[in-house]
Write a protein that binds this ligand. Structure first.
Ligand code: G6P
Length: 371
């Protein structure tokens, strides 16, 4: 009923709008008064964490993209090498694991068979397993050595939204906690990043307050057959997630690419009028932003219609954007938390405008309990 959906037409839309709360809840109680991070449910000792020299993240679907973002954050803040692997591939390639490897399994439901089989395999090889999960008492956290629960609340829509955002939060917390324990980052810096994270719920709310703009854009894409998504750095997994949402909900062919990889193949797909959604990194000291702009110029010169997600105040993008969606200012590593939201709104609205059931897309299941 509409009441269960808080007045929204779909659970998915309700869940998109619950994201400021879900992110805030997932941050709650982690940042102690003394500025230190605390992860009470962690169950792995500081010594065990210090001994870890490699991390392998395993997950499926949207959770896999959260893992890709986690790699950028963990390696940057802790200098521990991270691999990210699809759970369904992991076990079958005879992965190299031992007691100093931490396997992180990310699963909203905690019941995904591919992920469960992967962690069973990892534990047989004596690796420690940490679950990032939204479902209390589900199988994956029960079979893990440690857990960080996300606090998204129940997610009903098959396509993950608030589940994804809270997974990102858990990944940042894990990365910062490891940095704190290993001493690769210090209190002040960790506190500053925590303050930036604590500002994100309001920033997501501001993105949501401009949803009508995204909806109108989405409706103008009914009839579109193919859409590309481009991103770099932490924006690359966001591009992949944006494309996945469009496939899952609107049944439109969509692909995400690392913008730098365009010239090595995908640019051949660009033709007159092709919509290309571009996640523009914040302006910074590195060359990421400039490189992204030149990628956008390349596709536009070949006829693409560019829809750019770029931070507030970034005027350099204006000449190259056929349509501009503004994002709040956040550091590049945290940008996925705000950048993915317009892409969720876009897919949800385009799919509903096409008459599709966004809560239960065809052929998909909320949790896939067969390998
Ligand atoms: C299914 C769902 C996806 C989800 C994936 C992983 O395929 O349709 O939305 O991302 O499973 O689910 P999990 O519960 O393990 O995060």
């Amino acid at each position: 009923s509409a009441a269960e959906k808080d007045g929204h037409d779909w659970f998915m839309r309700k869940e998109i709008f619950e994201q400021p709360r879900a992110v805030a809840d997932s941050l709650l109680g982690r940042h102690a008064r003394n500025g230190l991070l605390q992860l009470d449910e962690m169950r792995l000792s500081d010594q065990e964490l210090r001994d870890i020299d490699k991390i392998i993240i395993i997950a499926c679907g949207t959770s896999f993209y959260a893992g890709m973002v986690a790699k950028y954050a963990i390696e940057h803040w802790t200098r521990v090498p991270v691999e990210v692997e699809l759970a369904s591939e992991f076990r079958y390639r005879d992965p190299i694991l031992d007691y100093s490897t931490l396997v992180v399994a990310i699963s909203q439901s905690g019941e995904t068979a591919d992920t469960l089989q992967a962690i069973r395999h990892a534990r047989l090889q004596r690796s420690k397993v940490l679950a990032i999960c939204n479902t209390n008492g589900s199988t994956i956290p029960r079979e893990s050595d440690a857990v960080i629960y996300t606090h998204a609340g129940p997610e009903i829509g098959v396509a993950s939204t608030k589940g994804f955002l809270t997974q990102l939060v858990a990944c940042y917390l894990l990365a910062l906690y490891l940095a704190q324990v290993k001493g690769t980052r210090y209190g002040d810096e960790i506190s500053e990043i925590m303050h930036q994270l604590e500002a994100v719920p309001d920033q997501i709310a501001s993105v949501l307050s401009r949803s009508d703009e995204v909806y109108e854009l989405a409706r103008s894409h009914v009839g579109t057959r193919s859409v590309l998504f481009l991103g770099r750095h932490a924006g690359y997994p966001v591009a992949l997630e944006g494309a996945l949402k469009l496939k899952e909900l609107a049944y439109i062919h969509a692909e995400g690419f690392a913008a730098g990889e365009l010239k090595h193949g995908p640019i051949a797909l660009v033709e007159e009028g092709l919509p290309v959604l571009c996640v523009v990194p914040p302006r910074g000291r590195d060359q990421l932003h400039e490189k992204m702009i030149s990628g956008i110029q390349e596709v536009r010169a070949r006829g693409a219609r560019t829809i750019c997600l770029a931070e507030e105040g970034d005027t350099s993008i204006e000449p190259y954007a056929d349509h501009l969606i503004r994002l709040p200012k956040v550091p590049v590593l945290l940008q996925p938390l705000v950048a993915v939201v317009p892409l969720q709104l876009f897919a949800c609205e385009l799919a509903t405008a096409m008459g599709h059931d966004v809560d239960q897309p065809r052929n998909l299941a909320k949790s896939v309990t067969v390998e």
